[in-house]
Design a binder for this molecule. Structure first.
Ligand SMILES: [Zn+2]
Length: 495
């Protein structure tokens, strides 16, 4: 269905500037849905940074780069054209298309430095997860700007990241003296389904694009704003979470076979009951609690902001989890905390028969297990096989890669700390681990120090829209985020 308002002109463009030819070029017919695609605004170097960032983000959101299939090619081209117009060296890099999809590409741009030190990469992704319009109060792909916010799928994850990184590149391009490092911008396709055809492909096949880079900044960490403390009514400082490591996926397929037949005559070896019995054993399995040094340090840094009840537990997490049963219960009841101290198992996909009266010959499930850094998927799979204890149930990994960590004692981390203290003298800068994964691991594997950190002040309310409804980011965040990222890069690389 064609929705009339998708074809509305953006308010800041006069219709006189659009020729019929441009219009024809700009309307993409994808899967029967006409979508208006507008050429991007260009940087005019003016001081109205927030509104210009909001406009760029809104323009990006109007490209419905839902993955699969992504179709990020046109968006990558628009971004490339904009960066060139700002005087930067920029190109679109072709990447493999998804089956049934259109063109895919990444935007690569470079701001040349003096070369005295090794490059810094700014990484983001152009694809988004789907949005269910009936759950949203606004159109997820119209890039609506209202009440000081830009609304739309990708506003935070991750077109808002791309926006801040592009605006920072353009601002740095206006410097009189060159930085000591090249700054390389890379906005990739295919992050949301694992990055194999995006960052993974580029890291593997096109290493010349970021050869010799020393540092990388990407999504995965932000700033928790200063807030009044719940217990004692004092203001707690802002918390800058810099992600230095991530858990790694160990996704498993669980398959059973049995004799097919009629539902009226059940057999002992039917596939579905056998699968259910196996999954029931997996469901009941408890993985051991294991506090890594990175996680112990993270909670120590969080202790100052913790409730009075939890503070002592956070100060020495491993010991408290061992010795304080009440604290252990409270801590493990929080799903995000629980995921930081153990391997987790989610049973997510279930496939069996399709007719009530037909016994299917096969049944299949998928498990999303996430492992702590240092654990191997092969060992974990062996453990699951032992829990299931049924040789007729086949368990095979479908996605896994080893987790890697970046050190926190680096120049880049120190630069973030100095900028944090200037912004809020009491700020706490926390090296952290996250339960999800980003494209950072492809670059850690190449020896690059990669941090999940983009300066954005996100409250719990702001973060709720990520992969959910009414995703949005404030214009203030886009502006402060850009200025703060510029500060961090200058702190790291200005002569
Ligand atoms: Zn993302």
């Amino acid at each position: 269905m064609v929705r009339a308002h998708r074809l509305r002109l953006p308010e800041d463009r006069s219709s006189a500037r659009l020729t019929a030819a441009t219009l024809a070029l700009c309307v993409l017919a994808t899967a029967g849905v006409a979508r208006a695609i507008w050429p991007f605004s260009t940087s005019d170097g003016g001081e109205d940074l927030g509104p210009r960032a909001a406009q760029l983000l809104a323009e990006m959101i109007r490209y419905p780069t839902i993955n699969p299939p992504g179709d990020e090619g046109m968006l990558a081209d628009q971004l490339t054209a904009r960066l060139r117009a700002a005087g930067l060296e920029a190109r679109s890099i072709e990447t493999p298309p998804a089956s049934g999809g259109g063109r895919r590409a990444a935007t690569w741009a470079r701001l040349r430095g003096s070369g005295e030190e090794r490059p810094l990469i700014l990484l983001s992704h152009l694809d988004v997860v789907p949005a269910e319009p009936s759950e949203w109060t606004r159109d997820p792909f119209s890039g609506e700007i209202a009440d000081g916010y830009v609304y739309g799928r990708g506003a935070i994850d991750a077109k808002g990241v791309t926006t801040i990184q592009v605006m920072a590149m353009e601002r740095l391009a206006g410097r009189e003296t060159p930085l000591r490092r090249d700054v390389i911008l890379l906005a990739t396709p295919d992050e949301e389904t694992g990055g194999l055809a995006g960052a993974g492909y580029l890291a593997r096949e096109r290493p010349e694009l970021f050869e010799n880079a020393e540092y990388l900044l990407t999504e995965g960490g932000s700033i928790r704003p200063r807030q009044p403390h719940l217990d004692d009514r004092v203001t707690t400082p802002s918390m800058w979470g810099v992600t230095i490591t991530e858990k790694s996926p160990c996704w498993l397929a669980v398959e059973t076979r049995g004799t097919p037949g009629h539902g009226s005559a059940p057999r002992r070896d039917a596939a579905v009951p056998r699968l259910l019995a196996a999954l029931d054993r997996v469901r009941r399995a408890e993985t051991p609690v294991h506090v890594l040094a990175e996680v112990e340090d993270m909670f120590l840094a969080l202790a100052a902001n913790a409730s009075a009840e939890d503070r002592a537990g956070f100060v020495s997490l491993a010991t408290s989890l061992d010795n304080d049963p009440a604290f252990r219960r409270r801590f493990l009841a929080n799903p995000s905390y629980n995921a930081l101290v153990r391997n987790t198992i989610s049973i997510t996909v279930l496939q069996g028969g399709s007719r009530t009266n037909v016994v299917p010959g096969t049944a299949r499930a998928e498990i999303d297990a996430r492992l702590l850094p240092g654990e191997r998927c092969e060992d974990f799979t062996q453990g699951i096989r032992a829990v299931v204890a049924d040789p007729e149930v086949e368990i095979t990994p479908i996605l896994s890669f080893p987790s890697r960590s970046s050190p926190a004692d680096t120049e880049l981390f120190a630069a973030i700390e100095r900028v944090a203290k200037r912004s809020d003298p009491n700020a706490i800068v926390v090296p952290r681990m996250i339960g999800g994964f980003t494209d950072a691991h492809w670059f850690r594997a190449q020896g690059i120090v990669a941090y999940g950190f983009v300066p954005r002040w996100l409250s719990g309310d702001d973060a709720r829209g990520v992969h959910g409804a009414d995703e949005r980011i404030s214009i203030d965040n886009l502006e402060r985020g850009t200025l703060t990222l510029v500060d961090i890069i200058e702190e790291l690389a200005a002569p």
